[in-house]
Design a protein around this ligand. Sequence first.
Ligand code: F6P
Length: 325
Amino acid sequence: MTQIKNIGVYTSGGDSPGMNAAIRAVVRTAIYYNLEVTGIRRGYDGMIKGDLFPMNRKSVSNIIGRGGTILKTARSEQFKTPEGRKLAHEQLLANGVDALVAIGGDGTFTGARIFGEEFDFPIVGLPGTIDNDLCGTDFTIGYDTAINTVINAVDKIRDTAESHDRLFIVEVMGRDSGLIALRTGIASGAEAILIPESKTDLAAVFERLESGRKDKSSKIIMVAESGEVSDAFEIGKQIKERFPQYDTRISILGHIQRGGRPSCMDRVLASRVGVAAVEGLMKGHRNEMVGLIHNQIAFTPFEHAIKHNIDINEDFLKIVEILSI
Ligand code: F6P
């Protein structure tokens, strides 16, 4: 095993609150162990273009509580090509980078896995996505902040819904996953949740609205953007046709879910996995993501982390059914 001297760190894909805390942890841990650390701006795009710069302990001062990512982020089409990856490899070598910490989600790790194998390059990943849709970690960095952003927004929607006796369809993020909708649906007392992983379809929601209490003044239906029936406007149209008695409104929360100061949980998660990533690289880990399973550090090969076979806890859906009577 060759000794690592210079770790490159980057954020890629959709940003998530806590990415800065993760960058800080990687930079400070590398310096603590007398390694050099190189920041790579705008993920794989910056790697290809050679947008690399040396980082020191001051580069990450006062960022633990900041949303977004100081390294910026991007989704790179060029990195999906062998030519793009070859250019990226050349830039890493030219800058003396001999290992990488990738912070992102499934797209980031898909790229990292291919690159790591292609060039026999040591890479460890940190789970940075609001979607929580990675295997090998109980929670991803940003998820806790995002779900708290959602319930703060839905609490406000609930106030106005209550005043006007309205039904609101609230659409939340989650490209391939309903995990944001699932937890925030419970936490905001939704009537029903529509997520891609469950069998709940619009007919079941209609049924629930029909059989539910008529004297409830406000109703919330939580919809994941990625579901089979994910178009909040289409759902709204159908509900209006079928239940003209409800004054129905649609609210799409959008990118506010990706911003804001990270929660304490996200800062601590980012710090723990950030330290573990650098220590893991030094011990010879590669092509793996570092997560927390049952509150313990765990390394999971990229190919398993990005499998998209996360089981939904069916109890959660039952809880919504029971508690929304
Ligand atoms: O993966 C994170 C995520 O926020 C998804 O939930 C969402 O579908 C997607 O990114 C949105 O991406 P963009 O920033 O390209 O709009």
